[in-house]
Design a protein around this ligand. Structure first.
Ligand code: AMP
Ligand code: ZN
Length: 113
């Protein structure tokens, strides 16, 4: 946990969020500023600041994040969906606690902007 991290605060219940799923390892909630009809985030409960900061010991956790994203997408009616993990400001990362964006419900463009 990191004291000034907004996602750690959401995980601890100190900031409200529309929770979708929680277990011992991960927490999922709807994005406050959705960019698709369905847009939620899956985060590890462990504070890791960015994908590039994850260590080998985090491999199972990252796998759980991805698998949970797929399962929740399916459970929420998404057969086709986009996964995004931004790494660093120039790539669009604004919250420095790893999160998997899961977006769907519209046709996605490639390449992303
Ligand atoms: P990124 O730009 O990849 O770091 O993504 C951060 C995401 O977190 C953005 O899509 C924000 O809309 C979302 N976000 C920020 N604060 C909250 C919050 N309090 N509840 C839900 N989503 C949030
Ligand atoms: Zn955090």
């Amino acid at each position: 946990m990191s004291d000034n991290c907004i996602f750690c605060k959401i995980i601890k219940g100190e900031i409200p969020a529309k929770k979708l799923y929680e277990d011992d390892d991960v927490f999922a909630f709807w994005d406050i500023n959705p960019v698709a009809p369905k847009h939620f985030l899956v985060v590890p409960k462990k504070h890791v600041s960015a994908p590039s900061s994850a260590g080998q010991e985090d491999d199972p956790l990252i796998g759980t994040v991805l698998r949970t994203g797929s399962r929740l997408a399916k459970e929420n009616g998404l057969e086709h969906f986009r996964f995004v993990m931004n790494n660093g400001e120039e790539a669009g990362q604004t919250v420095f606690h790893i999160h998997l964006h899961v977006m769907g419900g519209r046709t996605m463009n490639w390449p992303p902007g």
